[in-house]
Design a binder for this molecule. Structure first.
Ligand SMILES: O=P(O)(O)OC[C@H]1O[C@](O)(COP(=O)(O)O)[C@@H](O)[C@@H]1O
Ligand SMILES: [Mg+2]
Ligand SMILES: [Mg+2]
Length: 347
């Protein structure tokens, strides 16, 4: 019999009393994820889960039927888990759920909304944070703590398979929902990201909006074996962060969603508290790296629940290389159109 998520949670968390609420919370989140997955399989009552509801969320995005259903399912799970606060992409601000709990959850209930109607993998991303007595008295500060404080982080993917990718700070683990087993079973005990990237992931339609250093980096990848990197790179971009992150966790590569000149995109598109922070923790726990191009994501002091952040993550060497392209603007200014083979850019 495969090893169960339950057995993992018991051994990883329940030895210490402080770990029990986190283990319970993860079990409740799994129950909600199975419900969301069932709703997706059945197509919802309207038959169009990607249909617009005419309302906008905190970010100005038009909410889809499934955004709202998933938010409700995970809000209930958070209440049942005893979380003190719920900070969701689909809610205006922090929601206080209990006076007693010492945990908060930041959540993207439905990630990859634009892919709902296309039957492409979508997911739910979550970040579990501690709540101090001072933060309880001042709820606005609960979701202004850096990602390094996360106690656990993960995402569910609703795709051909239902996965939970989880870290509680002792590596990154993948669990697969097995209807036969009636729960989640361990699929990969400890994920390790390939250090050398062979693929990149970016929305290339934004190329013309990017700064020169990002365009130069991408140009060097596209030049392949004839360019300064002297090897070929593939490109994959699903447009659901959970799917792009899962691919990078399992076979390496690098993801970039930089800021650009467009109104509303100066800090990219992804949200720090419930997209970048949890993915960054999973990636670091798997031996990879995550930055905003300059700073480690997990060290960023957030200003608000919904703030965006430029996001680069994946194979460690590649993330470090992108930081060098950004930092070394003088070297880039001298960059030869014939791809001078400086050590900074090759390999
Ligand atoms: O469509 P774009 O601009 O490429 O952005 C894609 C990104 O936006 C997202 O869909 C944003 O998430 P939501 O669907 O939760 O708003 C990510 O999953 C994805 O990485
Ligand atoms: Mg999202
Ligand atoms: Mg979302």
């Amino acid at each position: 019999m495969p090893s169960s998520l339950d057995a993992y949670l018991t051994s990883a968390l329940e030895g210490a009393a402080s770990g029990r609420p986190i283990a319970d919370a993860i079990r409740h989140l799994c129950t909600a994820a199975v419900k969301v997955r069932n709703t997706i399989i059945e197509g919802g009552t309207s038959g169009d889960l990607g249909g617009q509801r005419g309302e906008t969320n905190s970010d100005g995005d038009i909410q889809k039927e499934l955004d709202v259903l998933a938010d409700k399912a995970f809000l209930k799970a958070a209440k049942d888990s005893g979380f003190a606060f719920f900070g969701s992409e689909e809610q205006e601000g922090p929601v206080r759920l209990s006076e007693d709990g010492d945990l908060a959850i930041a959540i993207d209930p439905l990630d990859g909304s634009s892919n709902i109607s296309t039957n492409v993998s979508i997911g739910t991303i979550f970040s579990i944070l501690p709540v101090s007595a001072e933060q309880k008295a001042n709820p606005d500060t609960v979701f202004r703590q850096k990602g390094a404080n996360q106690l656990a982080a993960g995402f569910f993917t609703y795709g051909p398979q239902l996965h939970l990718v989880l870290t509680v700070g002792d590596g990154t683990h993948v669990f697969l929902f097995s209807p036969k087993f009636g729960g989640f079973v361990e699929q990969t005990a400890s994920v390790s990201i390939e250090p050398r990237a062979k693929e990149f992931s970016a929305n290339m339609s934004n190329y013309r909006h990017w700064d020169t250093h990002i365009r130069n980096y991408i140009d060097d990848l596209l030049a392949g074996a004839e360019g300064p990197r002297e090897r070929e790179f593939g490109m994959r971009y699903v447009g659901s962060l959970v799917a792009d992150a899962y691919r990078i966790l399992t076979r390496g590569g690098v993801f970039l969603y930089p800021g650009d000149e467009r109104k509303g995109y100066q800090k990219g598109r992804l949200r720090l508290m419930y997209e970048a922070n949890p993915v960054a923790m999973l990636v670091e726990q798997a031996g990879g790296a995550a930055s905003d191009g300059t700073r480690r994501i997990l060290d960023i002091e957030p200003e608000s629940l919904h703030e965006r952040v430029p996001f680069v993550f994946g194979s460690k060497r590649e993330v470090e290389r992108i930081a060098r392209y950004i930092a070394d603007s003088d070297a880039l200014a001298e960059r030869s159109p014939l791809f001078g083979k400086r050590s900074l850019f090759s390999s």
